[in-house]
Design a protein around this ligand. Sequence first.
Ligand code: SF4
Length: 145
Amino acid sequence: MLTIRGHHLLDMLDALGTGKSSHKTLGPVALKIRANPKTPIKVGIGVDDICAPCEWWDHDKSHCKRSLKEHPQDNQNSLDSDANAIRVLGMKPGDVMNADDLYRLIKTKVDKKVFAKQVCVVCRLVAKCAETYEAKIAAAVKALL
Ligand code: SF4
């Protein structure tokens, strides 16, 4: 079983769809899921199996150090996006679902508007991500068939 924070479900779309990622900790997790679409995923808020091994995760302070100086709101925004993603799926933190079912659920519940206005609404990158969201969720679902 993998533990994945809500907003990372969406960050993984490109790697799930294409099978490629240069991210050192997200990439291997996404490729593992792609190779085993029945992998159970436990959804969560905060540190997950992608952040925990990441060089940018501060284990003492339990936050990401990557953009702390330039964008001090990023950690809170990420937590909000985690919670938003889980809520719009009708799930609770700690709920478990197989990856293929989970990504089909995301495709059903999260269209471009929900993505931009309800899930990633507080993220500073939302406008750019929203442009490619629907193509990426479709490709991810297809890859997990
Ligand atoms: S620690 Fe920061 S940079 Fe690393 S995976 Fe988590 S959010 Fe991304």
